[in-house]
Design a protein around this ligand. Sequence first.
Ligand code: PLP
Length: 283
Amino acid sequence: RIVYLNGEWLPEAEAKVSVFDRGYLFSDAIYEVTCVLDGKLLDYDGHSARLKRSTGAIGIKMPVDDETLLSLHRQIAEKNEMTEGLIYLQVSRGNPGDRDFMFTDDMTPTFFMFTQKKNVIETKTGKNGITVASVEDLRWGRCDIKTTQLLYPSLAKMEAHEKGADDAWLVRDGLVTEQSSATAYIVTKDDVVITRPLSHEILPGITRASALVIAEKNGIKVEERAFSVDEVKAAKEAFYTSASNFVTPVTAIDGHPIGDGKPGALSLKLRDLYIEDRRANAI
Ligand code: PLP
């Protein structure tokens, strides 16, 4: 792979970052993942806006302007001949040359991008869905900022795997917050899509924002409210959304089948609608 690091295009083995970088020592970094389809960027405006919001929230200065940011996304896909896959981007606060909890506002951020070629449309999970296990949500109080502090979501997903499930649905005060790295939804018996409202407790999913608009445009009712694990068990369908998996069915929670235990019709329809709409609007 050719990666981008601080203004340079490099073979991945030559891309090196200081061990004093605050991204390494403090997880003091923001990231974004944008999907590439047909060689174009999906939901790019949402991802670039969230990147600026996240860096702004912790006071990291964006090292590039809007035009350069878009151009770098296009260039990295081209240089790696990637027509389908993901672009990962990370901005950390940088290297102060020592370990110190305090930082200054004149630091030079470390800006890194790489690609992951993969099929995003024709996937097993997109068709067959995944199973989840409920795991207590022990993350910090600003889950709306997309930081690289991913230890807890990673441990939660490991715990879900140990319990025989594919991923974790995190639960705070008896209510589902989100999946380890995706937004969670249920569909009621009356075909209403339910998802948790935005707050500091969840990441404002870019796929979520688009999927909700696309659902309503297509006559699917949406209600933003929190729901419990018991409601998931009693739901007609469940699904999750993320930039890398679009809309993906969830067929069981804690070993309990959701609906008939098969991917739901509305979930699969919303997946097709999402892909069709975003593909047509990719840049
Ligand atoms: N929630 C969490 C915790 C995530 O990590 C992610 C994506 O990485 C999402 C939700 C989904 O966000 P998006 O649709 O922007 O990929």
